[in-house]
Design a protein around this ligand. Sequence first.
Ligand SMILES: [Zn+2]
Length: 414
Amino acid sequence: MTNLDQASQEKLVERFLRYARIETASDRSVAEIPSTPSQWDLLKLLVKELMDLGVSDVELTANGYVIARIPSSPGSGPVIGLMAHVDTASDAPSEGVNPRLHRDYDGGVVDIGEGFRLDPAEFPELARYKGATIITTDGRTLLGADDKAGVAEIMTAVAWLQANPGFRHAPIEVLFTPDEETGKGLDRLDVSRLKARCFYTVDGGEEGVVEAECFNAYQVRAQFTGRVIHLGVARGKLVNAVSMAGLFLGMLPRSESPEATDGRYGYYCPLEIRGNLENATLDIFLRDFDRERMNGRLETLRTMAKAVEAIYPDGRVSLTETKQYVNMYEAIQKDPPVIDLMIEAVRRTGIAPELRVIRGGTDGSKLSAMGIPTPNLFTGGYNYHSRQEWAAVPAMVRAVETILNLASLWAERG
Ligand SMILES: [Zn+2]
């Protein structure tokens, strides 16, 4: 078990505050990667800080990926990777982040500002950090613990390893990425450049929680083609594409929607609908942990399309199916030590590991699909993408300790 010294703990908080104050929201509507120039500010700062820590193998690629390597010293073991993203979500304001430190938190309701409150009755995880330091926003913006907590934790682990050359650990590859929140973050990454046998995204939330499973995800676009004629003489002739889309929409099972499911249940989610008498388009997200059940969902939509055509013989329904990401568990389960050592590392840190599923996708699922198993570690950040985002310093400290324990466990394996 590795304990982070007081000075390193303070540096961790300083790093986090420094990164959080740099505005790095990404933008879904921009094709370029990174989608926003401000992400470069943090990427360049991280390169400089890594070099200042004495890491010699550091690179910033043309598409905004920081790749750095810390050789094993004096241990051995396979190269393991640590990944975090520098961008923040665009769902809440992100300009002028002003983090507030609450030292010796009294366990009660925190008035963070602008009328926003953190109430332990609503967010029970707060109670765990009574007497400790928590970090909140000032109510005007998000905090960006997603994922600057992860970035700061990886940087602190690197700094600690550089300062403790006698510590036996596996060689480490660090990857800082842009645009995770837009879902395009790894699109320009040349995976053949990576040396790690597996990666760990440090991008989770609640302390102790590790995640090795995410959804399989498809987007289906249903296009409805009708036949238009003047409404005054439409009897028996008009084929209304809007009505066809409405009929199709009504066939989606409401008990299998995001608002009606949780845990391991998948869903259909109609996302956007638009159109007119002649043409209408409906976009639907399909999510399921199980690949076979996902195939069943796709088949259901095909059957529904045929049913609508049967009711509107002169109309047409065509479906375009796009795979978005796959359950990372498929890649991770082929390499059992990747999860086993992650769980053991959490245990060594003195906390009870909890394996959960992600009802979404991450860059880890993309990297896993490219052949590098990549589960997800907690960061100690909560209420992501909101003005009520907060982070618990003790949890952040234990995230760093978990990373160090993980590096040590892989070296023990040799
Ligand atoms: Zn994230």
